[in-house]
Write a protein that binds this ligand. Structure first.
Ligand code: ADP
Length: 452
């Protein structure tokens, strides 16, 4: 990591000349400006500004009407973009470049913008800390690697995609050797950017990879996740390849997940999920936390699966869960207890896809778990066997339409995240649904062109 003094020294030697200042948008993307390091060191480190439409655009950057936060009716003014200097770091894969993440604030009051993903997560972390807990999290990010460069995809369309490997590469060393120029650069680049990479591995589909980063305080975990996605795209682009974090890029291929590992620690650094004398080594706090996430799994699915495409990942037999049940080390359930009986005992939520926004996803999970702790919700028995086949257990919402409706109607979610946040993200979902509803797809054409 870099301090301002360290940045100054790196600028003086010519090692760094550019500073990316980036906030995080609703899609979890880094959005900002590139500063000349001299100007950043002079003024830019204090604040900059961006158009407030950044939290109201869809994936295509269309300014979507109907938001309370910003719109044509309000004239699309500015947000204050406040660098969080604790996130200042070199980006070794971009020549002479450093990055700092930033918070979006009201320029007049300097209050956090409620709908900003980083602010949403910070509020839930503050809630956890007020209860005496430090949330620690890790996201296991899966993605596909293609030999095809992004530019070729634009020319030829996504039908030209060539996965980097030809068959299921789960744990496969020879297959993953084929993607090693990208993955080695990614591991070493992130490490040089102060992101503690544990490992990369092949995943259970041709061209599918996973990266594991060591668990960290929840905000840091989300920062790591957002930077990792950008890094993977940037490095792939530089090598003439491409990657995708879509939840499901092809009908007949497995989807990509972002499983979230979670534990709470006391503020003096002891694992609050651990009770060596309790069954599975799970403390009462952990049982309540997990019970809260099960109780609210449907309310928060919008934040774990935010697009129409996200729901195409949920199918039996492909390791993406369909049931909101918990299990002990069983990959067919929505929630898996890992590390039972050890100091690393934790909850893995398996619902989220690789397309989730890590900030809002972690915030929603945390909100649900904390509610379980506050209300001392009891945890029922673990699911055993094949959870896909389990009858009479809660289902994960099957479509974005269903998830958005449940979130919209959830008094609990509104209380936990705030009406302004829930209204904003439900509106985003409804726009996405309307756009998908009016799209004529390849599937429509193949199915109907001749036969309809
Ligand atoms: P798996 O066998 O599912 O791949 P790993 O042992 O690789 O599990 O761990 C998965 C993730 O869980 C890693 O990113 C790791 O840093 C994280 N993790 C380990 N211990 C904890 C913990 N106590 N709280 C949260 N995450 C943790």
């Amino acid at each position: 990591m870099l301090t301002l003094e360290g940045l100054q020294a790196a600028f003086d030697t010519g090692a760094i000349d550019t500073v990316v200042v980036a906030a995080v948008d609703m899609q979890g993307r880094l959005m900002g400006k590139r500063f000349h390091a001299a100007h950043f060191l002079d003024h830019g480190w204090q604040e900059t500004h961006c158009c407030d439409y950044l939290l109201t655009v869809d994936m295509e950057m269309t300014p979507v009407p109907g938001y309370a936060a910003a719109g044509w009716d309000k004239g699309y003014g500015d947000y204050l973009v406040k660098p969080d200097l604790a996130t200042l770091r070199p980006l070794p894969w971009l020549p002479g470049t450093a990055l700092v993440l930033a918070d979006l604030m009201d320029p007049a009051t300097h209050a956090d913008i409620a709908q900003s993903p980083r602010a949403i997560l910070k509020r839930q972390i503050a809630r956890a800390r007020a209860l005496g807990f430090q949330p620690m999290m890790a996201t296991e990010l899966e993605f596909f690697v293609f030999e095809t460069p992004y530019a070729a995809l634009r020319d030829r369309g996504p039908t030209g995609l060539v996965p980097i490997s030809g068959y299921n590469e789960d744990y496969h060393i020879f297959q993953t050797t084929k993607e090693e120029p990208l993955m080695r650069a990614l591991r070493n680049g992130l490490y040089g950017a102060g992101i503690p990479v544990e490992n990369t591995k092949g995943e259970a589909e041709a061209g599918q990879a996973e990266i594991n980063i060591r668990y960290a305080e929840a905000l840091t975990c989300a920062d790591h996740h957002a930077i990792t996605k950008t890094a993977a795209k940037e490095i792939a682009h530089a090598q003439g390849q491409s990657v995708t974090f879509m939840a499901k890029y092809a009908t007949d291929r497995a989807g990509s997940s972002a499983h979230v590992h979670q534990s709470l620690w006391t503020l003096d650094g002891r694992p609050a999920f651990r009770d060596p004398d309790a069954p599975l080594g799970m403390s009462g706090v952990m049982r309540h936390f997990l019970a809260g996430q099960l109780a609210h799994a449907a309310d928060i699915t919008l934040f774990l699966a935010p697009y129409v495409n996200s729901y195409k990942r949920f199918c039996p037999g492909l390791f993406a869960p369909t049931k909101a049940v918990w299990s002990v080390d069983n990959r067919t359930a929505g929630f898996r207890v890992c590390g039972a009986g050890t100091g690393a005992v934790r909850v893995e939520c398996r619902i989220g896809g690789a397309d989730l926004n890590p900030y809002t996803a972690l915030a929603a999970l945390l909100a649900a778990g904390l509610d379980g702790i506050e209300r001392r919700l009891p945890l029922g028995p673990a699911q055993t066997g094949d959870a896909y086949a389990a009858q009479g257990v809660p289902e994960i919402p099957a479509t974005l339409r269903e998830a958005a409706g449940i979130a919209d109607a959830s008094d609990w979610l509104r209380g936990a995240l705030g009406d302004d946040v829930v209204d904003h993200y439900v509106h985003a979902a409804r726009w996405e649904i309307a756009e998908a509803d009016r799209a004529v797809t390849d599937w429509d054409l193949k199915r109907g062109l001749e036969r309809a």
